[in-house]
Ligand binder design. Structure first.
Ligand code: SF4
Length: 86
């Protein structure tokens, strides 16, 4: 399942460069600005054992988003779609 960023986020931006799927961005006009795109988030499946955004977050604001239940197989298939071997 995708992760989401809670209202505890302080928009430090530390999570943005550690995402292997470019799933995290800042969106002006919302609070917090930092958001995770559930279409691109794979819980870091295929890259890391743990979600790297959650690991680096200083305020524990990267959490599982229950709206997007996915199996490990579905997460890995999403990762393969995002990173096709050429
Ligand atoms: Fe990106 Fe991994 Fe965080 Fe998902 S869990 S937003 S893939 S860093």
């Amino acid at each position: 399942m995708a992760l989401k960023i809670t209202s505890d986020c302080i928009d430090c931006g530390a999570c943005i460069p550690v995402c292997p799927n470019d799933a995290i961005a800042e969106v002006e006009g919302r609070t917090p600005r930092t958001v995770i795109d559930p279409v691109r988030c794979t819980e870091c499946a295929g890259f890391y054992d743990q979600p790297s955004c959650a690991e680096i977050c200083a305020v524990d604001s990267c959490v599982a988003d229950e709206q997007y239940p996915e199996t490990q197989e579905e997460l890995l298939a999403k990762k393969d779609r995002l990173h096709p071997v050429t």
